[in-house]
Design a protein around this ligand. Sequence first.
Ligand code: DUC
Ligand code: ZN
Ligand code: ZN
Length: 467
Amino acid sequence: MTTFSTIIRGGRVSTASDTYHCDIGVKDGRIAALGDDLGSADLVIDAHGKWVLPGGIDSHVHISQPSGEGILMADDFESATRSAALGGNTTVLPFCLQESGVPLRESVKAYHAKAEGACYTDVSFHLIISDPTEQVLGQDLPALVGDGYTSFKVFMTYDGLALSDLEMLKVMAVARETRALVMVHAENYDIIRYLTEQLEQAGKTAPRFHASSRPVIAEREATYRAISLAELSDVPLMVVHVSNREAMDEIRRAQQKGLKIFGETCPQYLTLTEHDLHGLNMEGAKYVCSPPPRDAESQKACWEGLQQGVFSVFSSDHCPFRYDDPQGKLVPKGRTSFRWVPNGVPGVGARLPILFSEGVVKGRIDINRFVALTSTNHARMYGLYPRKGTIAVGADADIAIWDPLIEQTLTHAMVNDGSDYTPYEGMKITGWPVITLVRGEIVARNGRIEARKGHGTYLKRDFSQFA
Ligand code: DUC
Ligand code: ZN
Ligand code: ZN
């Protein structure tokens, strides 16, 4: 009888703090030993010349989320977690949206039904609170936090989603009471509404005007306001998808004051600019997301935020709509104005290779920061550590084995999600995750899925380490 089900032999192992050469012995889905000469196993994976890293945790993805009349999100749980696994991820955290007129618990149940038996990676849900009624604040939310839904997102913009400051304060009070973590989409709703009206009246309705309707000042102001509300409420806050220096500086200032304010940025803010929305005809719709990609100086700022620790997590904000599809980016109303183009870009499969190639290979960040930004800090932030997010005895054997030398040109086929494009098409990428193991089982190898659909399980989460 062998001691381990799997041994990963000869790789260079990195965590958020250390790098060392060792073998990894896996048993019952967990890391059972780290060392040399671990003996025999049913399966030995040769990792010489490879990096062996904690599997990616993408704590900001949207999957099968109701997105408005006539619009269909491009990914279900199968296709999204397929792409995630191919891109080196082992856990993803999508959002369960509180739907209008539906009891929150019912929305959660329905969302579980969509995920059940469909996933290749592990999953856990954040909630989106769109209507903080007395019932939600007093009963449903505290009960759901107790059941392991320990983080929720609030929006400061969008019809049907935006909360007033008063409502945000009430949600934060529940977070304070229950130790939940609040995530915020920070853009000033009225600035966007005002500018959208002005642009439309001037006939400026093409996708590129999406960026003009959501300037940096709208993001900066809302970021400052959200931080102020969190300070008043004495709760930690995660400002998601930060796109520019001014918003980042608000977060940095709060951190320097000692507040528990955290920031996230995403691949689109490192690699795209407003110029990408200027494509011919409707091509710019492919890049419509919020906040919008900005300019080269904003990209530089986002890199600094990653290097200096202002941003603790790097997520994809995977929010996929097909391009050439009347239920996607080319929804008929979207041709009449940018305001109706579904917001979001796919990225769950491309996030890690982009940061590895542009960050680690190009010397902007070291491998330990890469691991922290893509895995460990997500686990700490969202109550999954130390089961997830590191390579240590006792942790789940969630591991991505990277070939650091492969040079490829990114195509949509490589990320293989449910959309019909990637906004990162044509990028030169060095390094790729060649094997992804979820709880010790090979889920993806060399661009193919090997596990059965349904290997991924639901994770009930603990509290954030910061709440
Ligand atoms: N916010 C997100 O987090 N994702 C996509 C669209 C949006 O506004
Ligand atoms: Zn958002
Ligand atoms: Zn998002």
